[in-house]
Design a protein. Structure first.
Lengths: 120, 1126
């Protein structure tokens, strides 16, 4: 238990910048919607959720393996929903797949950048 | 090792012969969008010219001349003497080979450059790229234009990707750019009209550019950014030069028609709705399963194979393997492949976004691009335009996984005796499974998407070939009208033997001078042809002869195999045509070709002829083709020649300014405000309104905007009152409201002077005032405690009432049913012969024509009217020069409503009345006073009195003694009435209805026709020229004619009976449009002369072709030199 807590504290200190950035982003978006009228015309609530999720993905990118495993889980749900003919629920799963692909892309971007930086 | 490669490569490319399985008996692929040359030499020759007469009417074809390359490939086997079916098998196998070869070449190039290590990717990638449902959907119409771009994309990327990762030099850049431009010029997507097909290629090249831009930036190779940009500039420039033969005509001719084309398709918003329809099933989930093809979901059970994939559990599970393999491909082991996978992943993400089109939620990006970027709407069928980039990327990644999976399995097998044969067998099994999954490729059951026998694979009857050959030898410059006409809603040529297309079958033979009411016609041309078809069907031989003369149509082809009785697409029964045609004494039967019979006039109908007089047409001459029986030549008002000696008559058909007012029903809704006047942010709303306020182009838009503001203020006042806000703000709103009304009042005198249609503007003002009066009165009728608020609202009502009185004093729309106002401009003063079409004045209470009151510019005029079978003739009336207002006051329209009887309809008591002489083409107004003091289920319905099938229904709320004035517009435009029925039922129903209750609650019932009487004015002008010159001509080619004129004693009109285009030029004369479609030159020269008539844009093609030829020579020379130097 102590080890876990100390590991958590250590992780927090290492990633403090990212945690604060994500927190700030969420707070700024929330305040924007509360206090400024007409903002919801330009920036819909759904789009702001997408921005937050994407930012989380970029800041705390899960590994490719994790993402692929999660993709298989979503795929399984997709199969079940397709067999039951629930096409309306299948559509959002496609959007989840798209996000997973974006996060995998972020992983690859970091890897390529690392690879070519080392080459130099 | 080598043997494995050889075996697998041979087996891979042997799949090119799959199209040989698709041709049972003597069938060929033709129809729908598949235009295939059935007479190769004639087809190619026709395409060299910028003007064609093979597509149902004459038209410019500058935009599609780029398809010469593709059609040349189509033609090679035929030019070598092979029959059509074998030629198609060879051509389609060739394209299949290219679809396999180009990804194969791509992989081998990358392997050679050391960019990828994968033993089997070069076999799996081509199979996945060539055997998929996206490509299969294109094979349905053998879409070679799309295939050319599907083929060229991997070829170009096979040069670009290695180039980007090697040392970039100027030599490399130029050599690669020139090679790519040659490739893209050969596989060019069929020309510039097919430019939207470039969507996928543009995505791939854009991703490539920005990917390597970023790569160079982050790896500190900034010099290469310049080289890469230079590459694209070189590529673009050389591509433009190589394709000058098609680009120059396209830019100078076709592109001018773009905005007209968009507008005729319903504008950008109309096309976005079509995009939404196509994108309804292109979800990411479907696309990742390599499905989502729109036809699968839109054709229902008529689709030949879709249901199997959508319903069979085995195929459903199998389809999920593709996204599984895609995600597994990212768990790769080989680091060498990382960069390439990263590139393909980005390409996948971008192409997937575009391919899914406007499918929500990501589709809003595409919708935004379509609305904002001019021309982007061209990509509205997103999956078809961008799809191949997506299929390219996903096929690569899935192929990579399959290859690595096999390598992994083989790596685990230690015994060479087992692993050696498996190195061939395993990939073979996978390829076989992929092909079997896409089994429709093998069965060939892909050429039909509906239950009828119509398909894109047909046997063309021999008599079609025979007629084509006969027409080529005997037709020369004569025109043939194809009968029966096409259904005007669908415009499809459909035969019982299966052919269906928007393009005539004879167009595939490049037969010339084929006239048919296809979709390429303008609205004026459609009207003229429909007139001609009606004349044939009604056996009106005078009209038939006049139309034939005007259009120079000598022959008629009656096609008895035409599929004329498809539900919703009906047209004339071709078996009735013989009797109708031969009833004309000037027409004889020429020859029969199987199911096709050819008839002809005994006299010639030359393409070029002369007229010695013309009629000047002004106004809405579309509705009435003046005296075409007199062989008249009508020149439109805005193209006439300012020479008073040239016109025999001036013919005016003015627009009625107020006829359509009563048909209008402005639905005015008071908007609910988001920010109230008393809010701190209201000043920002006002600021935004000031910044974005439109610049008013007319007094109409200014007045309507002011009234729109008052409507918004009504909403503000309602919210302020109901929320009990500060009275100061209500007073502020009231002041603003009244100020706006004052401004409107000040503009009233200007409306008559400056408005295009002052009566319509007054009508709109009255509608606004009525709506606001009702709205503010409703607010007052709620309990208002404050005296000052009450007083403010009363002041608003007073202002509204005062303005309404001023408007009524100017014009009362209540007169619109009897008082009709016409506005027009006369070039000269004089007596004009005025008449009114009797079939357009409705059913009057008093049919005596002398009861019509006429005034010109508000001055009453005495008339002595007469009647003939078609017109009420008012006789000669004098008009000055300039703007004129003709007012006709008709007697009241007859009330067509007949008293109803009580009966049971749909288990309710109804008082219903049936009108038996109802015309669905006309517009009526149903008027009555109503209240409801007895039953909340009391309602009105309207239908065609066949069965209970209401096309309109409206319930009456309980209103006790309050009486409502009702006005309902009844027409096939406002209700889904049967277009072929002349019966109309109007019924009032309720469970407890009795005759007494009906009389108590409904009164003053009237059904009145809303008319737009067609008035024509004709003025006889100067003497016509008497002597008609002799005209003969020779055709040098379809864009050049030499006309010989003899014995021209006076000026004359030279009429060239081809579709008008400003591109047609003559070396003598002023060029105008005549009879709404033909080319006419006014020749003010006498004696004998030769006139050269040429189609100007042809020289753009010739000029462009010279540039292209010189460019290709230079490009090849430079590439050879650069290779030598290297």
């Amino acid at each position: 238990m102590r080890n876990n807590i100390s590991r958590l504290i250590e992780w927090y200190h290492v990633n403090l910048g990212r945690v604060v950035s994500l927190f700030l982003l969420i707070v700024v978006l929330a305040l924007l919607f509360i206090y400024i009228p007409f903002v919801n015309i330009i920036l819909s609530p759904q789009l702001s959720i997408v921005i937050i999720l994407t930012s989380w993905g970029i800041l705390f990118t899960p590994s490719v393996k994790t993402l692929v495993l999660f993709a298989f889980f979503v795929l399984l749900m997709d199969i079940i929903l397709t067999f039951f003919g629930l096409d309306a629920f299948v559509d959002p799963l496609g959007n989840i797949f798209y996000f997973l692909l974006i996060f995998i892309c972020v992983n690859y971007a970091k890897e390529v950048f690392q690879m070519y930086k080392n080459k130099e | 090792m080598k043997l494995r490669k050889i075996i697998l490569t041979i087996l891979l490319f042997s799949l090119s012969f799959v199209p040989f399985l698709w041709f049972p008996k003597d069938q060929i692929l033709i129809g729908y969008d598949n235009v295939y040359p059935l007479n190769a030499a004639a087809f190619l020759k026709d395409r060299i010219f910028s003007w064609t007469t093979t597509s149902g009417f004459d038209m410019d074809q500058s935009g599609i001349q780029g398809s010469l390359v593709i059609h040349f490939v189509d033609s090679i086997p035929q030019l070598l003497g092979l029959p059509v079916q074998l030629s198609q098998k060879i051509v389609f196998s060739f394209w299949f080979f290219l679809l396999l070869f180009s990804p194969y070449f791509f992989i081998t190039r990358l392997e050679k450059a050391g960019l990828i290590k994968s033993s089997y990717l070069r076999y799996f990638f081509p199979v996945l790229y060539a055997f998929n449902f996206y490509i299969l959907q294109a094979w349905w119409v053998a879409e070679r234009t799309k295939f050319s771009l599907v083929v060229v994309m991997p070829l170009i990327l096979s040069l670009l990707i290695p180039m980007a990762l090697q040392k970039l030099t100027l030599r490399n850049i130029i050599k690669t750019a020139l090679t790519c431009s040659i490739l893209l010029s050969i596989f060019n997507g069929g020309g510039w009209v097919g430019f939207p097909l470039y969507g996928g290629l543009l995505i791939a090249l854009s991703v490539y550019y920005f990917f390597f831009l970023g790569f160079y930036f982050f790896t500190n190779q900034k010099r290469n950014i310049g080289y890469l940009t230079l590459f694209f500039l070189c590529f673009g420039f050389s591509y433009i030069l190589l394709n000058a033969y098609t680009l120059v005509p396209f830019l100078l001719t076709t592109l001018r028609e773009y905005s007209a084309l968009v507008q005729s398709s319903g504008g950008v918003l109309g096309l976005i709705e079509w995009a939404k329809y196509l994108s309804s099933d292109t979800s990411i989930a479907n696309l990742l399963r390599l499905q989502g093809i729109p036809d699968w979901y839109n054709s229902g059970k008529d689709h030949p194979y879709a249901l199997i994939y959508l319903q069979n559990p085995f195929f459903i599970i199998a389809s999920f393997l593709f996204p599984a393999f895609l995600f597994l491909s990212f768990l790769r082991k080989k680091k060498e492949n990382t960069l390439l996978i990263f590139f393909f992943l980005i390409l996948l993400l971008v192409s997937l976004l575009f391919t899914q089109g406007v499918h929500k939620p990501l589709g809003s990006i595409m919708e935004f691009l379509m609305e904002v970027i001019p021309g982007f709407i061209a990509f509205r069928s997103a999956i078809f335009k961008f799809g191949y980039a997506y299929w390219f990327s996903i096929s690569f990644l899935i192929g990579l996984f399959l290859s690595e999976a096999i390598e992994f399995i083989l790596g685990k097998i230690k015994q060479r005796q087992i692993s050696s044969p498996l190195k061939v067998l395993l990939p073979l099994v996978i390829i076989l499974l992929l092909i079997l999954y896409h089994f429709p490729y093998l069965t060939g059951n892909i050429f039909r998407i509906e239950s009828r026998q119509i398909a894109s694979r047909v046997t063309v009857p021999s008599y079609v070939h025979e007629f084509s050959k006969w027409w080529r030898e005997n037709g020369k410059n004569d025109k043939v009208l194809l009968l029966p006409q096409l259904n005007s809603n669908w415009g499809l040529e459909q035969y019982r033997w299966g052919y269906m297309s928007l393009a005539p079958i004879l167009g595939n033979f490049a037969n010339k001078n084929i006239i048919e009411n296809t979709v390429v016609l303008s609205s004026a041309e459609t009207r003229i042809l429909n007139d001609f078809y009606s004349a044939v069907n009604e056996k009106n031989y005078l009209k038939m002869d006049a139309n034939a003369n005007a259009l120079s149509i000598k022959y008629f082809l009656a096609r008895k195999d035409f599929y004329y009785d498809i539900p919703d697409q009906e047209t004339t029964d071709p078996l009735l045509l013989e009797e109708r045609l031969l009833g004309n004494p000037k027409i004889v039967k020429v020859k029969s070709f199987g199911q096709w019979d050819l008839y002809a006039y005994t006299e010639e109908k030359p393409l070029f002829f002369a007229r010695t007089s013309a009629i000047l047409g002004i106004g809405n001459t579309a509705n009435e083709h003046y005296t075409i029986a007199d062989n008249a030549l009508i020149l439109e008002g805005d193209s006439f020649i300012k020479n008073p000696q040239t016109f025999s008559h001036t013919f005016i058909q003015p627009s009625c300014l107020n006829c359509d007012i009563e048909k209008e029903d402005l639905q005015l809704i008071v908007p609910k405000p988001r920010v109230l006047i008393d809010s701190k942010f209201y000043q920002f709303v006002e600021l935004r309104d000031r910044i974005f306020s439109p610049k008013y182009k007319s007094v109409d838009s200014y007045v309507v905007n002011l009234l729109g503001e008052t409507l918004k203020l009504s909403g503000q006042i309602n919210e302020l009152v109901s929320q009990g806000r500060n009275e100061e703000y209500i007073a502020f709103a009231k002041n603003k409201f009244i100020h706006n009304l004052d401004l409107v009042g000040q503009e009233l005198p200007n409306i008559f002077e400056k408005s295009a249609n002052p009566y319509y503007t007054f009508f709109v003002i009255q509608q606004y005032l009525e709506a606001e009066d009702k709205y503010i009165s409703n607010i007052i009728s709620t309990k208002i405690d404050s005296k000052s608020v009450f007083s403010d609202l009363e002041k608003i009502l007073l202002s509204i009432s005062q303005l309404n009185n001023e408007v009524q004093a100017s014009y009362t729309i209540g007169n619109a049913s009897i008082e009709k106002k016409y506005r027009f401009v006369t070039e000269e003063s004089g007596n004009y012969f005025v008449r009114i079409r009797r079939d357009t004045i409705g059913t009057l209470v008093n049919n005596d024509p002398s009861s019509i009151i006429v005034s010109i510019n508000d001055k009453p005029v005495k008339i002595d009217p007469k009647l003939d079978y078609k017109y009420i003739i008012l006789g000669d009336l004098y008009f000055g020069q300039g703007d004129q207002i003709l007012t006709l006051v008709f007697p009241e329209q007859k009330n067509l409503f007949t008293p109803g009887t009580l009966q049971t309809i749909a288990a309710r008591n109804c008082v219903s009345s049936v009108i038996n002489n109802f015309s669905p083409a006309k517009t009526y107004s149903l008027r009555f006073l109503s209240r409801n003091n007895f039953d909340q289920s009391f309602y009105l319905f309207i239908d065609n009195a066949e069965t209970y099938a209401p096309t309109y229904r409206s319930f009456f709320p309980i209103s006790r003694e309050h009486v409502t004035n009702n006005k309902i517009t009844v027409s096939s435009n406002t209700m889904h009435l049967n277009k072929y029925s002349n019966r109309l039922r109007i019924a009032f129903c309720a469970a407890t209805l009795t005759e007494d209750l009906f009389k108590e609650n409904i009164s003053d019932l009237a059904l009145i026709e809303l008319t737009s009487p067609i008035v024509t004015l004709v003025k006889q002008d100067k003497n016509v020229f008497q002597n008609i010159p002799e005209i003969t001509f020779e055709e040098e080619n379809q864009t050049h004619y030499k006309v010989h004129v003899e014995k021209a004693d006076e000026p004359f009109y030279l009429v060239f009976s081809r579709r008008y285009s400003s591109g047609w030029k003559a070396n003598i004369g002023d060029h105008v449009i005549g009879n709404k479609y033909a080319n006419v030159w006014y020749v003010d020269k006498t004696g004998d002369m030769d006139i050269d008539v040429v189609y100007g844009p042809q020289r753009y093609f010739t000029f462009g072709a010279i540039i292209s030829l010189l460019s290709i020579t230079a490009v090849i020379g430079i590439i050879i030199r650069l290779k030598k130097y290297a």
